[in-house]
Design a protein around this ligand. Sequence first.
Ligand code: FAD
Ligand code: NAD
Length: 471
Amino acid sequence: MQEFDVIVIGGGPAGYVAAIRSAQLGMKTAIVDEYIGKDNQPALGGTCLNAGCIPSKALLDSSEHYDRVLHKFAGHGIRAKEVDLDVPAMISRKDKIVSTLTRGVAGLMKKNKVTWLQGHGRLELGMKVAVKPHKGKAEVYQAKHIILATGSTPRMLPNIQVDQERIVDSTGALEFQEVPKKLGVIGAGVIGLELGSVWSRLGAEVIVLEAMDDFLAMTDSQIAKEALKEFKRQGLDIHLGTRVKHAEATKEGVALEYEDGEGSHKLTVDKLIVAVGRKPHTEGLNATEIDLLIDESGYIHVDEFCATNIPGIYAIGDVVRGPMLAHKGSEEGVMVAERIAGMKSRVNHDTIPWVIYTWPEIAWVGQTEDSVRQAGRECKSGTFPMRACGRALAMDETTGMVKVIADAHTDEILGVHIFGAAASELIAETVVAMEYQASSEDLACIVHAHPTMSEAVHEAALGVHGRSLHI
Ligand code: FAD
Ligand code: NAD
């Protein structure tokens, strides 16, 4: 029986990064993954590269270009006379990016001498992993350490059947070959807003049905309020506090029935995206049979260092508690590999940045003003609107704001929230600040280049003590 120091099950951003780091630290490493790509070939990269972060951002970028040609260029004095949309070309560009990156990950495995075992991994007693290839018999491998990184899958609604034709999940929503005339989206969360935006910009009439009364409850309420107003202005028809009772694919489209405060409504759409969250994936892992502890929500139970209840077995990424984000999983992968190698690594879960890639983008790190106050802590905040930022004006990107929240007594930054162009990049500076427990004064003392969007972050930090210069 072949033996490895580390066997990683799952080749997404959590698993493949854990494998690379394990190999870098001199451990004999294997990675097990069962994913089959669109070209019918095994592909590493997991949800993130194959059907998540990367393909969605490719389509978001393409659709932003299209939207700019139609709605923004004229303001710059550029008139485009005939603008054609080629959706299959857009989709195939996205597919090429995916295959470039997944081949890249396979290359990284080779470079780092990580053995890629293609097929389904199943835990067996005695630190063994059985790998069943897509064709042929299962083989069993011995491991000194096992890292579980089996990811997540879309959550389904009991009364709605996803057929990936008319009723799709996020994977199907990345594959439309033409723009649906009328598109329904269940769930105004991250996926609903990102993919709803893609198809709305390309010309679909998009209706979003959200169960909660609050919009983007996990974001700062001031930012959420401004974002909701902007997304509605862009044409997303967002309905909060709704309950979808029934949805059924028909020959013509999808027949929907939903309820809200005003009563019951019927609706027909051409396509329907179900985006109501994701659930941890442990199916077929044989977890309970080997007494691996799974919590009541289906996550593999781990401690702060991602150790499970079984010595030598770790779990990272979407399959464990915390936000389902690629970079969170990757950092847990690095930490676990390093701890196996005897290092004292950790992940600071309090400074994991979030980004929603709508346009403008929403990015944040740390706590919201409401959560700080609910915890009984006094805070001060500074805000700065993008419309007062010279660079934002030059770019014609004046929507949004930056908000910095700091402890009222110590001035330590507790959270930063950005709604605006390039928010995904601007947030990085504030993550560094929070990681070093900087005060808003520290951020305000740093020289920011002019003219840049980052000046809005600077001004919001100054604003915590009423010292903003340009508002
Ligand atoms: P996954 O990426 O899900 O990978 C798990 C892998 O394990 C898969 O390849 C699976 O086939 C394999 N596997 C599972 N069980 C077994 C088994 N028993 N044997 C063998 N193989 C197995 N996150 C961001 O940070 N930024 C974004 O912009 C972003 N955009 C997203 C957009 C969409 C549409 C979606 C759906 C998700 C997005 N996410 C984003 C979330 C991100 O994709 C996940 O957080 C991330 O992929 C989780 O990584 P992971 O390695 O834990 O699991
Ligand atoms: P989500 O949790 O962000 O949003 C789901 C939404 O659906 C919520 O607002 C929820 O209230 C709503 N909902 C739940 N049940 C409903 C019902 N029956 N009817 C109507 N609405 C309902 O989940 P998601 O958008 O599916 O994305 C899953 C996860 O994937 C995200 O939480 C995130 O961790 C990850 N992701 C991240 C990014 C990013 O980082 N930019 C992008 C996409 C996905």
